[in-house]
Write a protein that binds this ligand. Structure first.
Ligand code: S3P
Length: 180
């Protein structure tokens, strides 16, 4: 049975909003990777980028991914870049059912707004470039769920149904691509 789920996807996909709703439906815990990095470093993500630099932030993110694999019955909201970092992606792919919450660029842009607190979202050109690059990494997730429309509750239900379908598929034969 799947014991960990990681939500991946671009900034503004709703990972941190949907994660707790999904965890509640499953009766599992919820952990936000960015929040864990902030706790470990004692500073915000924006400060970490500014004071320590992106490579240091990515190292911490990888350490958090490792830490999460010690847990069971946990839904994890990954930071938007976590799945684009090779070692972190490998850890998450191997240790969890990964779900790509796929959001259209226009929806992500509208949600990101002025990019406050998101150091890589400082301008539109950068957001668009990153978005195109990142799609290739997210495509490595076990399942893709379109999340551009609907209320958070509706989308959480959509995600929950994918998890249930995955679980029942696992009782059958063969490789279901449903993760750990
Ligand atoms: C990042 C996304 C952010 C956060 C950091 C870097 C990225 O997470 O980890 O600002 O590289 O896309 P959210 O997707 O939760 O905004």
């Amino acid at each position: 049975m799947t014991r960990r789920i990681v939500l991946v996807g671009f900034m503004g996909a709703g990972k941190s909003t949907l994660g707790p709703l999904l965890a509640k439906k499953l009766g599992w815990d919820f952990v936000d990777m960015d929040q864990r990095v902030e706790e470990r470093l004692g500073m915000s993500v924006a400060e970490a980028f500014e004071r320590l630099g992106e490579p240091a932030f990515r190292r911490e993110e990888e350490a958090v991914a490792r830490e999460l694999l010690e847990r069971t019955e946990t839904v994890v909201a990954a930071g938007g870049g976590a799945f684009a970092q090779e070692p972190t992606r490998q850890l998450l792919q191997q240790g969890a059912l990964s779900l790509w919450l796929r959001v259209p660029l226009e929806v992500a842009e509208a949600r990101i707004g002025s990019g406050d607190g998101r150091p890589l979202a400082a301008n539109r050109a950068r957001i668009r470039g990153l978005f195109a690059l990142r799609e290739r990494s997210y495509a490595g997730a076990d399942r893709t769920i379109e999340v551009g429309d609907g209320s958070p509750d509706e989308v959480a239900q959509r995600v929950f149904e994918v998890v249930l379908a995955c679980r029942s598929a696992r009782t059958g034969e063969g490789d279901t691509g449903c993760g750990t």
